[in-house]
Write a protein that binds this ligand. Structure first.
Ligand code: ADP
Length: 406
């Protein structure tokens, strides 16, 4: 075989190994109790200052778990683990200063002062070495055959843990996909009969128009209200499915947010004569936004202020803008939202304890609102007002104002 061929096969072998590593979706994942327990056990059992679960990427060695070391990763050169994964057996360096494999390694000659190193490779069932479970000391050590066997067994436990972890991740993803498909299919199947129901009700309503005192009139009004409720529920469910997939399909156009706000406030005031809603401040610039989706966000905030703070008489809307953003806040005079729940209320299906018995809702309004705002590259959050009540805020990027040419 010529040299070029050998190098070529090394490259494709390494590419296959990196693909195997990618299968586990573990690189740069957050710390994980089970891996940390294994490195802690190694350090204690073998009396080592450092124990690591390492994974060898194309250019770096990343530590899935590190006991006794601050660094999160090191370059692949001069890392020792890159050599350790080349063989399926345990790799032991008793005194790195005198071992020809390591004596020139900067980890040995440099400030790290590494003297002892033992690594059991993390090998996949199809034979790829992904990294190691290794222990390190700054003094020369011996490592008995029994200790070597234990380290190898623990490396196999690390591998099992990686398999379990990816199996769990996959099953969660599959579950979420099935749920989304179910909602989307059921949603579309329900849409048609529901539209027909609305149509039939409005025909019946027209026919009864001439006889307002007819005994069926009352039932017809009720049926229309129920059908409307069902449509809202269905739209919410479909929106959740879309939001989950990040597919709100925004139709962006320049929008006068202040005008939209004024129209919607007027509409909510008409529907809720007991509440007064004031607008202060102003937004002169326009935003690039989907008007129907923004209407949905604003209506959700305004109707929530009415729904969850029925005792508040005044709801204050404040409009403002700075160089980059426009800013809208909606403040009510209700009980507010406990600090611990302020992030939770934007989650899917979350309803504060107690809201079930008093008000209707699926707990998805704010989840959808947050998705819409995020997809517009804006931000949404809530805080408690200075005296009482909740204050919801959202910002959106402002459209640049073109200056007239001088
Ligand atoms: P829904 O109204 O369908 O329950 P939302 O996502 O709109 O869902 O709201 C989630 C939860 O946030 C509500 O159940 C309620 O407990 C809380 N919440 C929303 N707005 C307010 C508000 N203005 N004041 C107090 N609590 C609120």
């Amino acid at each position: 075989m010529n040299t070029a061929k050998v190098i070529g096969s090394i490259h494709s072998e390494e590419a296959a190994r990196l693909r195997a590593l990618a299968r586990y979706e573990i690189m740069d994942s957050p710390p994980d109790g089970s891996f940390d327990r294994i490195t802690a056990i190694c350090a204690r059992m073998f009396d080592m200052p450092i124990a690591l679960v390492t994974l060898v990427d194309h250019d770096r060695i990343w530590f899935k778990s590190r006991y006794g070391l601050d660094a999160a990763q090191i370059d692949r050169e001069p890392g020792l683990c890159a050599s350790a994964i080349l063989s399926p057996d345990i790799y032991v360096v008793n005194d790195a200063k005198f071992d020809p494999r390591t004596l020139a390694n900067p980890l040995v000659s440099g400030s790290m002062g590494l003297r002892f190193y033992a690594a059991a490779p993390l090998t996949t069932s199809d034979g790829f070495g992904l990294g190691t479970l290794c222990v390190i000391d700054q003094r020369p050590r011996s490592f008995s055959a029994a200790e070597q066997q234990t380290l190898q067994d623990l490396a196999a436990v690390v591998m099992d843990e990686m398999e379990l972890r990816i199996a769990a991740l996959r099953s969660i993803t599959r579950e979420a996909e099935r749920e989304r498909e179910f909602v989307a299919i059921v949603g579309h199947e329900l849409r048609n009969p529901l539209n027909n129901l609305h149509l039939s009700l409005s025909v019946a309503q027209e026919e009864l128009e001439a006889q307002p005192e007819h005994p069926s009139q009352r039932w017809l009004t009720k049926a229309t209200t129920y059908a409307r409720g069902l449509s809202t529920l269905l739209s919410e469910l479909l929106d959740v499915a879309r939001a989950d997939q990040g597919q709100m399909n925004l139709k962006l156009a320049p929008l006068d947010l202040q005008q939209l706000m004024e129209e919607l406030v007027e509409q909510v005031c008409l529907q809720n004569p007991l509440h007064s809603i004031t607008i202060s401040g102003s937004i002169r610039s326009s935003v690039m936004a989907d008007p129907l989706r923004l209407e949905q966000v604003i209506m959700n905030l305004l109707t929530n202020a009415v729904k969850y703070a029925p005792e508040s008489r005044t709801i204050q809307v404040v409009l403002s803008e700075d160089v980059d953003h426009v800013h809208v806040s909606v403040a009510d005079e209700g009980v507010g939202i406990p600090q611990a729940q302020q992030a939770l209320i934007f989650q899917r299906y979350y309803r504060s304890p107690g809201s079930d018995k008093n008000t209707q809702g699926l707990g998805v309004g704010l989840y959808i609102a947050a998705n819409i705002i995020t997809q517009h590259h804006g931000r949404i959050w809530v805080e408690n007002g200075e005296s009482k009540g909740a204050v919801f805020h959202f910002t959106l990027p402002r459209r640049p104002i073109r200056r007239a040419a001088p």
